[in-house]
Write a protein of this length. Structure first.
Length: 61
């Protein structure tokens, strides 16, 4: 499993994931669980949707 997320993408996913979770908790909504997906993809630097679409935000190494 090769990384396909760049550092900016990972930071955005981390911040948005935390915000989505906080809003879900504040409103008592299960939609906050979507934030967990964003956090997980940021943590492992790999997005399955990017893989399926052949995308990558990771720079050339």
């Amino acid at each position: 499993m090769e990384s396909n997320l760049g550092s900016t993408d990972r930071i955005l996913r981390l911040v948005l994931g935390l915000v989505i979770i906080a809003v879900g908790i504040a409103y008592g909504s299960w939609w906050g669980l979507i934030g967990v997906v964003a956090l997980a993809t940021a943590a492992i630097s790999w997005c399955p949707a990017y893989r399926l679409l052949g995308l990558s935000t990771r720079g050339k190494s």
